[in-house]
Ligand binder design. Structure first.
Ligand code: IPM
Ligand code: MG
Length: 350
C-alpha cells in the first residue's frame, strides 16, 4: 500500500514537490511514495485532469500530497477539463470536506509581512474551510444567451444541515486542542445559506460544544478583522468561497503565500489531501526560485494528520524554523535562495 501519493501537477508544483520527496527520503525512508500526473499535465497526457486510476490511487493511499495545478496554457480548455476542475473532482472524490488552513507566523519572518510586526508576531490562526460544497459545487450552473442579446450566468450557493454540521464539528474539536475559540463567518444578513449556516453552528454548539467559546461574524467584517487584528482569532470556520478568500488574506499575514500549507480531511480513517495554498505561479515556473516550504509544511501536516508520525512532524517543523532562523530565504521572502537551496537548508537542519 502506498503511504504517500505525490501529485506534482503544473507550474511550480513539480519543483516544490521534488523537495518534499528529498525531505521524505531523508526523514521517513520507510514511507512508500508513488507519483502520478494530475491537472494540466494529466490533461495533456491522458485527456483528463484527473484520470480514474489517479483518483483510485488517491483513495487507496494513506495521504495525498499535491503541488499545484493550472496555468495559462489551459485557459482555452473546456471548463470541465480544466486543471482546476480536476482539483475540485479530487476533493469531492476523496470526500475531504474540512480544509485546515493554518496561518502561522514563524518568528524569524515577523518582519517579512506587509503588516506591522506587532500585528502578526506570534500569530497562530486556523481557518477551517468547508471544501466540498457551496457555490463551488452547487447546481444549476450555466451561462445562457438571452433573447435580446447579452447573456445570463448562474452559480448556486447551496448547503445542507449535514454538510455544515460535519465541518463545524472539525472546527470545534480543533479549538478544544488550541485556545478553545471558534469564530464562524458567513453572510447571514443577505444569504439564506448564511442564515442556515448560523443556525446549524449555533445548534451544534449548544448540543455538543458549549464549553467552546463561539462567536458569529459576517464574512466581510472577518476580512477586515483579519488584517486589523488577526490575533483575536483562534479557529475561523467558514464556507468554501469565503474560506478561499479569507485564507489568501490570512496567508499574507505570514509574509508569503509560499509559506502556507493546508490539509483537507474527510471522515476518520480515510486519506487526507495535503496541498500548499499557493497556486502554480506560471510567472516563475521552471526558474527554480519557488519557495518549497509550503509544500514541505504540507508534508509535515500529512505526517501529523494521516501518517501517524507526529514525532517526525515535530522534527520537520523545527528544521524549517531553524533554517529560517539562520536566514534561509527564497525570493518571495526577500532572499536569493533557489528552490533546491531552500530544500538543502531544511535537509541540513534534519
Ligand atoms: C485554493 C485555490 C483553488 C480554490 C483553485 C485553484 C480551484 O484557489 O485552493 O485556494 O479556489 O479552491
Ligand atoms: Mg484560493
Amino acid at each position: 500500500m502506498t503511504d504517500l501519493l505525490l501529485l506534482p501537477g503544473d507550474g511550480i508544483g513539480p519543483e516544490v514537490t521534488a523537495q518534499v520527496r528529498r525531505v521524505a527520503e531523508a526523514l521517513t525512508p520507510a514511507l512508500t511514495l508513488e507519483e502520478r500526473p494530475f491537472g494540466g499535465i494529466s490533461y495533456d497526457q491522458l485527456g483528463t485532469p484527473l484520470a480514474d486510476e489517479t483518483l483510485a490511487a488517491a483513495k487507496a493511499a494513506k495521504a495525498v500530497l499535491m503541488g499545484a495545478v493550472g496555468g495559462p496554457q489551459w485557459a482555452g480548455v473546456p471548463r470541465d477539463k480544466r486543471p482546476e476542475a480536476g482539483l475540485l473532482a479530487l476533493r469531492a472524490g476523496m470526500n475531504v470536506f474540512a480544509n485546515l488552513r493554518p496561518a502561522l507566523c514563524f518568528q524569524p519572518l515577523a518582519d517579512a509581512s506587509t503588516l506591522k510586526r506587532e500585528v502578526v508576531e506570534g500569530l497562530d490562526l486556523m481557518i477551517v474551510r468547508e471544501l466540498t460544497g457551496g457555490v463551488y459545487f452547487g447546481s444549476p450552473r450555466f451561462i445562457e444567451d438571452l433573447p435580446g442579446g447579452g447573456k445570463r450566468a448562474v452559480d448556486t450557493q447551496v448547503y445542507t444541515t449535514a454538510e455544515i454540521e460535519r465541518v463545524s464539528r472539525v472546527a470545534f474539536e480543533l479549538a478544544r486542542g488550541r485556545r478553545n475559540k471558534v469564530a464562524s463567518a458567513e453572510k447571514s444578513n443577505v444569504m439564506d445559506s448564511g442564515l442556515l449556516w448560523r443556525e446549524v453552528v449555533t445548534d451544534l454548539h449548544k448540543r455538543d460544544y458549549a464549553d467552546v467559546e463561539l462567536t458569529h461574524i459576517l464574512a466581510d467584517n472577518a476580512a477586515m478583522q483579519i488584517v486589523k487584528d488577526p490575533k483575536q482569532f483562534d479557529v475561523l470556520l467558514t464556507d468554501n468561497l469565503f474560506g478561499d478568500i479569507l485564507s489568501d488574506a490570512a496567508a499574507q499575514l505570514t509574509g508569503s503565500l509560499g509559506m502556507l500549507p493546508s490539509a483537507a480531511l474527510g471522515v476518520a480513517g480515510t486519506p487526507g489531501l495535503y496541498e500548499p495554498i499557493h497556486g502554480s505561479a506560471p510567472d516563475i515556473a521552471g526558474k527554480g526560485v519557488a519557495n518549497p516550504l509550503a509544500a514541505i509544511l504540507s508534508f509535515e501536516m500529512a505526517l501529523r494528520w494521516s501518517l501517524g508520525r507526529a514525532a517526525e512532524a515535530d522534527k520537520l517543523y523545527a528544521a524549517v524554523n531553524a533554517a529560517l532562523e539562520k536566514g534561509a530565504r527564497t525570493r518571495d521572502l526577500g532572499g536569493s535562495l533557489s528552490t533546491v537551496q531552500m530544500g538543502d537548508a531544511v535537509l541540513a537542519e534534519l
